[in-house]
Ligand binder design. Structure first.
Ligand code: ASP
Length: 327
């Protein structure tokens, strides 16, 4: 009989995340949201739901939480705007959908799923993508919804360092300052992603991000690019990445991991280690990935000081980790 187990892995971004940088209450806050996202995804799978639903549902938790650079809490562009990227892929069919540079849809991962399921396209960008999401009935928000004070301060700091004018602060934004105090600045990046394997053995991957602080000229990272930051195939694995998107694009990181599994027969952990610790590191890039395989293997790897992450599987308790020295 085929192994009926399900599994799910979550990341909340990689970067400069040292144990000494996080106060105990910050550490607890991040772990709590990672655990909540993993548990919500696991609940879908426990009930016999499909991997895609688990991925989308778990990503909603992270997009809605201001601690992470996706949805609410996203970083700002050099113009003081929030431009969001997301992608989702179904390993059973190789169907994929993505959005880049959206500014109005509340949950970009659902917009990506709508592109996949309700349009003939794979990737939509800018205002057209927002218009499509709205026409599909997805919730829209005002730009102030995404605003998080510490992201604004990070933008001010970066632009000042670069000698670039700081844009005018958006009007009418407010934030829960107690919540803001829990946030850690992990560098100018961050992203969220979830990969899952359902009880039928199908895998799916999703990634959602605000990209990089101070990005300009319509910059798009790896997250919404199928094969770079996101990929899923029942022949190999489901992968979601986080890190310096330009390097992930150049290496086709997510697809490359799948190729090593599918064509070279590497174990999933060996494949993620090869791409992150050898290929990405040799090229000078930083970041990490999470992955699951149709046979239930789970893996993660990163070459930064930390990566917010969690995993859970049928018969395996939830594990949540942040720093490099954790298993
Ligand atoms: N990969 C994302 C991007 O380049 C950022 C990150 O994951 O930190 O847009």
């Amino acid at each position: 009989m085929q192994n009926p187990g399900w599994s799910l892995v979550v990341h909340g971004g990689s970067g400069v995340i040292d144990r000494a940088d996080l106060k105990p209450e910050q550490d607890r806050a991040y772990r709590a949201v990672l655990a909540q996202a993993a548990e919500i995804g696991a609940t879908v799978l426990r009930r016999g739901g499909v991997a895609l639903d688990a991925v989308e549902t778990a990503i909603h938790v992270l997009e809605d939480d201001p601690l992470f650079n996706a949805g609410r809490g996203a970083v700002f562009t050099a113009d003081g705007r929030v431009e969001l990227d997301a992608a989702i892929m179904d390993g059973a069919t190789l169907a994929a959908g993505a959005v880049a540079g959206v500014t109005r849809v509340r949950n970009p991962i659902s917009a990506a799923r709508a592109v996949m399921e309700r349009s003939p396209h794979v990737l939509m960008a800018g205002s057209g993508a927002d218009t499509f999401a709205a026409s599909e009935g997805l919730a829209e928000v005002e730009p102030g919804y995404f605003f998080v004070e510490r992201r604004w301060r990070a933008l001010e700091k970066q632009l000042t360092r670069e000698g670039v004018a700081v844009p005018r602060r958006p009007h009418g934004v407010s934030e829960d300052l107690a919540q803001a105090a829990l946030a850690h600045d992990e560098g100018k990046r961050g992203t969220v992603g979830v990969v899952a394997r359902d009880a039928r053995g199908h895998v799916a991957a999703g990634t959602s991000t605000g990209g990089t602080t101070g990005k300009r000229w319509g910059r798009v990272g790896d997250s919404p690019l199928i094969g770079a930051g996101t990929y899923a195939s029942d022949r190999s694995a489901a992968v979601s990445g986080t890190g310096e998107g330009e390097y992930f694009i150049r290496l086709s990181v997510a697809r490359q991991i799948c190729a090593l599994v599918e064509l070279k027969g590497l174990s999933l952990q060996a494949a993620v280690d090869e791409v992150i610790h050898t290929e990405l590191t040799d090229l000078g890039g930083q970041g990490g990935v999470i992955a699951v395989a149709p046979d239930g293997q789970m893996a993660w790897a990163f070459n930064t000081s930390g990566m917010y992450r969690a995993r859970i599987a049928d018969g395996h308790p939830l594990e949540v980790a942040i720093y490099k020295d954790e298993p």
